[in-house]
Design a protein around this ligand. Structure first.
Ligand code: ZN
Ligand code: ZN
Length: 328
């Protein structure tokens, strides 16, 4: 198998791209993310004897829904053929259409318990409660905090009320005829992030845990026990050691050399951590917000939109937490 050039070209042209057969019985279907700088998300279709497993579900809007139906049709399927819906994690670009897919197909929804809102809400509050807590901990001025939370709310529906039907456990295998998918808990980008390994085809559906280009966004730091950078680094090392020839990520394009992508990502994180440590050495009492504005994001701060700024604060929070935990 070779890496796909079609989706890579689409990514570089900032286009959404078209559904594509990755190998016999597996399709990558890009769904548009209207209004998001991320542009699109891949959902994956995996055929088995009695239908298809759908991995992830796009934004909760008409545009995503139409693209999903078109992707199923391109693969020779209809929505009623979906027998299982597996969610890699609970971000709005991955779960938006989940309830609608279940309603149309009857397929049960599965997610890791740490990303199941019905279990996490009573413990940690809603997504926005957690985001507000993180931004408060980061020391954002109240007006900026308010603006950032409002823009996040406006960007996408968060489906916080989604009730899933079953919970995924690390190491569990989903067996459907000849299709076998091993579930790997790969936290860091989200607390309950999972990846799916097809050992016979040496293929990984990776969600958002590793990307061929750029940084992986780290998860929320809203509670004392959150250390998403450490989790992400462990997840990446774990994946690098697995028998994988091809990764089908949630964004960008599929790629082959897992070890190289992991090495690049860890190396860039090392640099980020070193630069963060240097700022903190000069200003030990800096808040994560002060840290965010002091760090280099590859373009002038004034030109970064609210979503980009929120992502930047979340990264800085992650690095600060990681360094704090390992200091002295
Ligand atoms: Zn995500
Ligand atoms: Zn995503």
């Amino acid at each position: 198998m070779t890496t796909a050039s079609v989706h890579r070209a689409a990514f570089h042209a900032r286009e959404v791209g078209a559904p594509e057969m990755v190998c016999d019985g597996i399709w990558a279907v890009p769904l548009p993310l209207a209004g998001s700088p991320v542009l699109s998300v891949f959902v994956h279709l995996l055929r088995h004897d009695d239908g298809v497993v759908l991995v992830d579900a796009g934004y909760a809007d008409e545009l995503s829904w139409e693209a999903l139906l078109a992707g199923l049709a391109a693969a020779g399927h209809r929505i009623g053929d979906v027998t299982h819906l597996v969610l890699t994690h609970n971000h709005p670009d991955h779960i938006g259409l989940a309830a609608r897919v279940r309603e149309a197909s009857g397929a049960p929804i599965a997610i890791h318990p740490l990303d199941a809102f019905q279990l996490q809400r009573p413990l940690r509050g809603s997504f926005f409660d957690q985001l507000e807590r993180e931004l408060t901990l980061a020391g954002l001025p109240p007006a900026v905090l308010e603006e950032m939370v409002a823009s996040s709310r406006a960007l996408a529906a968060h489906s916080d009320d989604l009730l899933v039907d079953s919970f995924l456990a690390d190491g569990e295998t989903l067996r459907l005829g000849s299709l076998e998918l091993e579930l790997l808990w790969t936290p860091g980008h989200a607390r309950g992030h999972v990846s799916l390994l097809d050992r016979s085809r040496r293929l990984l559906i990776g969600g958002d845990v590793l990307l061929p280009e750029g940084e992986v966004q780290v998860g929320l730091v809203s509670d004392d026990d959150d250390d998403p950078v450490a989790q992400l680094r462990d997840s990446l090392r774990r994946l690098a050691a697995l028998p994988i020839d091809q990764v089908l990520p949630g964004h960008q394009y599929r790629f082959g050399d897992v070890a190289a992508v992991v090495a690049r990502t860890l190396g860039e994180q090392d640099e980020r951590l070193a630069r963060t440590a240097a700022v903190l050495a000069r200003r030990p009492d800096a808040t994560a917000w002060e840290l965010t504005t002091a760090l280099d994001w590859g373009r002038p701060w004034e030109r970064i939109g609210l979503t980009g700024r929120r992502f930047a604060v979340m990264q800085a929070m992650g690095w600060q937490r990681y360094l704090e935990r390992r200091a002295g």
